[in-house]
Design a protein around this ligand. Structure first.
Ligand code: ARG
Length: 743
């Protein structure tokens, strides 16, 4: 085989890659078409016509994706993406999170505080301009600074008087730069969400796992002013009229069907080297797992006892539990799939490629891996300490971060002599305090402080402890963390509003510097910053910049850039997988599995009575498949990561068939190395979503608002017709599947 043929076969089988939607090229489009896509490039991304990209939105709160699916600005995303917003709108008595919510009219929709969504307007390659400011003699720090300043300048001149939010993003570790221009809408309202027993069915037990039966969706609506432009919340705002909205296809999926996902994946590290794998397995990950695990355990004891705390901490808990389990899975995956060896092979290949090259190649890429190695030998000894300092101290108890901010604000307040300015500052300080306390329970946080400080002490040698542990905790409190915590929580202005108000009325340097809470918080932040400052990140950045640039030259196939919260597309097929020896997982689940998992004594597996009845009666309406089953979730070999949550899964015609919401346990190291045969994206089927909306939530109004796609009934007509129709002439070597075979 020639080289070209080899690279084409590689392309045809590779589903790896979160491709930049705006940069899809003809080779990729040809591959997508070969796999089944029926759309032109312009129908996917265009700046001249309405296209798929106009229906994909970035959720600015919590970093997820959503899709516009009606002419009236209706957006679907995951349940876990709107979770925080739903929690904010809930009370113990009116608990939408637990019981679900469904607006029957626009008037009933609920504005979600702090929510915002952005549309992508356009993308521009600004690599030449950005890298134009870089000079060879620059240090890494100078380089970063120059690039940041240039990026800011480029963004600044694309704001269009504040109409847009432009952002310059680095790709391939500082080798390429693109400008992304967004328009942001701030009046976002909750349209509906299923009860938690559907939206989070399976809870943390099923999270990151297949087979899955979760109805992980929620519905929001974008509101705009009378000119259809962004505006802050107002009763006069109207549902937004989108440039484009997805059509819904409830005809169902089959194994082998083409599928694609567009959305905003957050972060991957596909170019990580074997050194990075070592660092993750032996340094960072175990510390993260310990730190988050301890926090979760502590929170849970309080949440189990008190429904108000359970509601108040629901979103924080879910988010950390998700990350905690992610790192457990990633570590297992890295070991089990021996990712380090895979990376070593690439590095060997890279060495050989450099060696085989000319002087120029050696000069450009010959130091890359050496620099990365140097970075690791200097920094890896500090990783455990740095991670614990961040997770247990500076970012441990919730009050720590807030106390540092408050300390800064109070010192400024103390120095301010202008009376009117002081009044302004006082207002800000008090409203900051109020915002912090809104989702805060001091009893819970006191326990967290004790647990995390003690976890730190258990894992870090005494000589490395921060000064305050040696003096205040050891000497004054005889190493009794609980006593220290009790003192902080009893006396600090951070937890005691009365003391804060007394200080504001009569501020003094002495009171401020003696506040034990602020003292320990500030010292902890400084300590953690001090450790982080030793990170020789310049070597890492330069090493990876050169390694990735060389790697892209070495590889014959196209490589996708790591995810960086910009709009991407991934395409592949609906597909089962072999999870272990003799264990093959089907590509879809049905409501039968809900009844199998059903256990009302376990909060994670409760099934609402009404849903049990609907399933038992097979009351699935138009949503049943040809066997009379109701499909709940399905999987495909699509390449996504966190941030893609809520993204639409689309068929070959760009119609909406589901929402992506998770990845599978067997391939949790997938953000670092894609696992072609093992890695699957877990999606909730649109038929289950609409069944829940219509039959369980009573949202017929929503089902009716969507635009439906119907496959043209060509084949039946052809059967009736007596005349034989010749197939259209095909271009000579037709790589496309023979259309006759589909029948
Ligand atoms: N693992 C999913 C993700 O990171 C989130 C799933 C949320 N569900 C849950 N049970 N916590 O996108």
């Amino acid at each position: 085989m020639t080289t070209i043929a080899v690279s084409l076969t590689m392309l045809a089988s590779a589903t790896e890659g979160m491709w930049v939607v705006a940069l899809l090229n003809r080779i990729q489009h040809a591959e997508m078409t070969n796999m089944g896509l029926n759309l032109t490039q312009e129908e996917i991304y265009s700046i001249n016509q309405a296209c798929l990209k106009d229906a994909i939105v970035r959720l600015n709160y919590g970093g997820c994706t959503g899709e516009v699916v009606s002419a009236q600005g209706l957006v679907f995303t995951n349940h876990h993406c709107a979770y925080d917003g739903i929690q904010t709108l809930s009370t113990v008595d009116k608990n939408y999170l637990q019981d679900g919510f469904c607006a029957k009219s626009f008037e009933e929709e609920l504005p979600i505080p702090n929510f915002a969504i952005s549309f992508l307007i356009r993308v521009e390659d600004v690599t030449a301009e950005v890298l134009g400011v870089v000079k060879p003699e620059m240090t890494e720090q100078e380089r970063d600074k120059a690039i940041a300043a240039k990026s800011k300048e480029i963004a600044g001149r694309n704001k269009m008087d504040g109409k847009y939010e432009p952002e310059v993003k680095s790709f391939f570790y500082g080798n390429e730069f693109y400008l992304f221009v967004y328009q942001t809408y701030n009046d976002i309202r909750l349209v509906g969400n299923p009860p938690e027993s559907v939206g989070k069915f399976g809870g943390d037990t099923d999270n990151w796992m297949w087979p899955r039966h979760t109805g992980d969706f929620s519905m929001i609506r974008i509101y705009a002013n009378e000119k259809n432009e962004p505006a802050p919340y107002s009763v006069n705002n109207k549902p937004y009229q989108p440039k484009y909205h997805l059509k819904t296809n409830i005809e169902g999926i089959k194994e082998g069907d083409y599928a694609m996902i567009m959305g905003y994946p957050g972060r991957t590290s596909r170019y990580l080297t074997s050194f990075g794998i070592e660092q993750a397995i032996n340094g960072r990950n175990p510390a993260i797992i310990n730190g988050f695990g301890t926090k979760l355990e502590t929170w849970k004891t309080f949440m189990d006892e008190d429904p108000a705390i359970r509601l108040m901490y629901a979103a924080k808990y879910a988010s950390i539990a998700n990350t905690w389990k992610y790192y457990i899975g990633q570590t297992q995956g890295l070991k089990k799939l021996d990712v380090k060896s895979k990376k070593l092979r690439i590095e060997n290949q890279f060495h050989n490629w450099v060696d085989a090259g000319d002087a120029d190649r050696k000069k450009q890429y010959g130091n890359a891996l050496g620099l990365i190695k140097e970075y690791h030998s200097e920094w890896d000894g500090q990783v455990v300490l740095s991670t614990y300092a961040g997770l247990c101290l500076a970012g441990g108890a919730e009050f720590m971060g807030h106390a540092v901010e408050m300390k800064g604000a109070l010192s400024a307040y103390l120095k301010e002599t202008d009376r009117s300015k002081r009044i302004e500052m006082e207002k800000e300080i008090l409203s900051g305090q109020e915002a912090f306390k809104k989702e805060y329970n001091a009893k819970v946080d006191e326990a967290v402080f004790v647990a995390l400080v003690d976890l730190f002490r258990k894992n870090i040698d005494a000589e490395q402890h921060p000064e305050w542990m040696k003096t205040i905790l050891a000497k004054k409190f005889k190493n009794n963390t609980a006593k220290l915590a009790a003192q902080i929580f009893k006396t600090s202005m951070v937890m005691n509003d009365a003391y804060l108000k007394a200080f504001l009325a009569d501020p003094s340097e002495k009171t401020l510097s003696k506040d034990l809470g602020m003292q320990i918080a500030a010292a902890s932040a400084e300590y953690a910053d001090g450790i982080r400052a030793k990170n020789p990140i310049g070597k890492f950045n330069k090493g990876y910049r050169e390694f990735v640039a060389g790697y892209r030259k070495m590889e014959t196939r196209q490589l996708a850039p790591d995810a960086n919260s910009t709009m991407r597309v991934t395409y592949g097929k609906i597909k089962n997988y072999k999870a272990a020896d003799a264990l093959i997982y089907d590509y879809y689940t049905t409501t039968n599995g809900i009844l199998e998992k059903w256990d009302n004594s376990n909060p994670e597996f409760v099934v609402p009575d009404k849903l049990v009845q609907l399933i038992k009666n097979k009351d699935f309406g138009q949503y049943a498949n040809e066997k009379g089953e109701l499909v709940t979730c399905f999987i495909g070999d699509l390449d996504i990561t966190g941030g893609n949550s809520g993204s639409p899964v689309m068929d070959a015609n760009g119609n909406w068939i589901g929402l992506a919401f998770d990845g599978n346990w067997e391939a949790m190291s997938g953000d670092i190395a894609y696992e072609k045969d093992l890695q699957r994206t877990i999606c909730v089927d649109i038929r289950y979503v609409l069944f829940v909306v219509e039959k369980l939530m009573g949202g017929k109004n929503i089902v009716d608002e969507l635009t439906y796609y119907h496959t043209p009934v060509v084949e039946e007509k052809m059967l009736e017709m007596p005349i034989k129709i010749e197939p259209e002439p095909q271009p000579a070597p037709a790589p496309k599947k023979d259309p006759k075979k589909k029948k």
